[in-house]
Design a protein around this ligand. Sequence first.
Ligand SMILES: [Zn+2]
Length: 274
Amino acid sequence: MSARRSRAEAHVVATEKTTALVLRTTDFSETSRVLVLWTREFGKVRALAKGARRLRGAFESALDLLNCCDIVLIRKTSGALDLLTEARLRECFSHLRGQLQAYYAASLIAEILSICAQENDPHPDWFDQTITTLRELGGQEVYAVLLHWELRALREVGLQPVLDHCVQCRQPFVAPVADSLTWSAVAGGLVCPRCHVATPGRRQLPRDLFLQLRHLVAASNQTPRAAHDRSPLTLPPQTCLELLHLLHEYWMHQLGQPLHLAVYFQPIQRSAGQ
Ligand SMILES: [Zn+2]
């Protein structure tokens, strides 16, 4: 074996098969694409698909955004792109293409995953739940389905907001809950009256919204069976939008970058005193 060949092989880990969701796709050359994939077995993967831009290439249309496919990868070490050698379409969620709000919700899921999913950090159950979510987005309750997914996502990536004590001084909140609480997406949760002046990004959180959020976060923390509690599905769309708006602001501060698709999920502002 030549020295050159053995050096090249030292960077190749293995050929692996997995199921993947296409999170992002970028043209790389006349014929190739670079993909960000979320795989069931390996977490996030960045891969080069040679020939993927050819009309009748090896991948056909399997690698379009938000498609779920079975793939074969040659995994590389030392930060190099993996090489995608096969992709067969498993599911393309065609219902999303005909419903704008559902498509935005699915695209927002892909945006959040492309930021917070990590390489070599697989979450197979969450992956399966995400595929189910993409199927469910074809129904009427787009906002509730998205909210349900985001609550699970916050738990999976360890970013749940602090709701039972002051995020600054750690003093527990005791019942009864005040009519309005101070919330800071920057600090990561609720803030007590003693700390709120010194807390950046603070805003008032109405009691009813806080109680909903606390209930939903608690439900998402229960056992896997109870975690499928569909309680957000019973919420009215406006409440879902208010909670989504709160969470999107929170995601952006916690992740340190904007969520471009969040602009499509704006609630109607409450009037004063509501
Ligand atoms: Zn405090």
